[in-house]
Design a binder for this molecule. Sequence first.
Ligand code: AMP
Length: 299
Amino acid sequence: MRLTVIGSVALDSVETPFGKRKEVLGGSATYASLSASFFTPVNLISVVGTDFPEKYIEIFRKREIDTAGLQRKKGKTFRWKARYHYDMSYAETLSTHLNVFEAFRPQVPESVRPKDNLLLANIDPELQSYIFEKIKPKGLVACDTMNLWIEHKRKDLCKLLKKVDLFLLNDAEARQLSNEKDLLDAARYISSKGAKMVVIKKGEHGALFFSRGLRFIVPAYLPARLSDPTGAGDTFAGGVIGCISKEGKVTDKVLRRSLVYGSILASFTVEKFSAEGLLKATQKEINTRYRHFEKLTRF
Ligand code: AMP
């Protein structure tokens, strides 16, 4: 099954205890699309400015990522600047410049069909809703978010929750959204707001899946070394929905496997800066880590 991804395509400036990069390829839709493209063809819907390097667009084109929905508008590309300290579960956002995203009301290219699955990767929930209404999706709809939108666009986010099959967010965001300390209570609250399935990402501690009939946990795949956690959550989301799209059905087994793949893809992202790790990863390496994951978690 094809997958449509909408979210940010960005130029990130990031500093971690292991180094720094200035204005490199980033964005929620970037990581999610690259990750999902290991499993299924992707239609990317996003916007960049006139300053966005063509070489980055080439990266998408070289994969099974259709860029008909990636618009180039007059102005500057979305920019995000952040710093991580030794506890890399938390990114200190130094600045966010929406730039061309501020007035972005995307056109949906013909190649995007309502029957495809849809990932609303992290971006303003108003924009996520706009694209949802434009596509009127019939496939599975997954949605990711972040603390900024929970704080400033809570109403829009809660409206969107009712339409979403699979909602992903990290543990701090789940607590922020639900006002619950316990993660199971938080998942219960989010599911009571409408999301049929909830995935709470816990960074290096893995992820928790919650739905009415199914609950399970998946550990994180431990990377060889940690360089930059940027995009781990988006990569995870892309891997999960990409794997579900490839399978073409939602069963317990598929859900469990898709979260494992999400963890494995994220491990490639955090090993290097920007999307370098993800771009270097091969199908063979992913399969090797999958088998290793089985060994690590069997008891
Ligand atoms: P993650 O590390 O998975 O939480 O996501 C980091 C990515 O999200 C970076 O590549 C940023 O460009 C992007 N990002 C940061 N803030 C926002 C925002 N407000 N809206 C959309 N994307 C964002």
